[in-house]
Ligand binder design. Structure first.
Ligand code: NI
Length: 177
């Protein structure tokens, strides 16, 4: 079963999500299964629990090449409990983002090229350290923003960097003849 995706305007997307209190429970396993199914149906590369109506600090990174992100790396879905960015590269890079909760829009957003992340291992509750680079760093930063009530259009600094999906597809075609 999948869950309905909450859309821009739903107040849950603007709340600060609650910390996860421990490791897996049957209810959390069911939630993650439903989030993965929602991602699969939408062809998304990442999702945060508030997007399916659960105000919890839980994200899934599920990068794979898609029509929208043809250069995305293939990654077995990673479930992160309480992800926290503990450091990032000084360099940033601009890149296109979209969001299941902001349908029909794309935006160019500056993100750190590399991030260090602390999270809780869902199997045993132990702290876990990760380093994510490039596109994965971008997804991670986008998903952690969701936990703090921030959506990608909030990060777009120039008006011309927010475009429709159709315009984005035209830009992609120009870039990849
Ligand atoms: Ni999103």
């Amino acid at each position: 079963m999948s869950r309905d995706i909450r859309i821009l305007g739903d107040p849950i997307l603007r709340k600060t999500a609650r910390p996860m209190s421990g490791a897996w429970t049957p209810r959390l396993r069911r939630l993650v299964t439903e989030m993965l199914e929602s991602l699969r149906l939408c062809g998304g590369v990442g999702i945060a629990a508030p997007q399916v109506g659960e105000s919890l600090r839980l994200v899934i990174l599920a990068s794979h090449p898609t029509a929208r992100y043809p250069d995305a790396p293939n990654l077995t879905p990673r479930v992160l409990f309480n992800p926290e960015i503990t450091g990032h590269s000084p360099e940033g890079e601009m890149g296109w983002e979209g969001c299941l909760s902001v349908p029909g829009q794309r935006g160019r957003v500056r993100r750190a090229c590399s991030v260090r992340v602390l999270s809780v291992n869902p199997e045993n509750g132990a702290p876990e350290h990760h380093v994510f680079d490039g596109f994965l760093a971008r997804i991670l930063q986008h998903e952690v923003d969701h936990l703090d009530g921030v959506l990608f259009p909030d990060r777009v600094s120039e008006p011309e960097d927010l475009v429709s999906e159709a315009e984005y597809q035209a830009i992609l075609r120009q870039a990849r003849p």
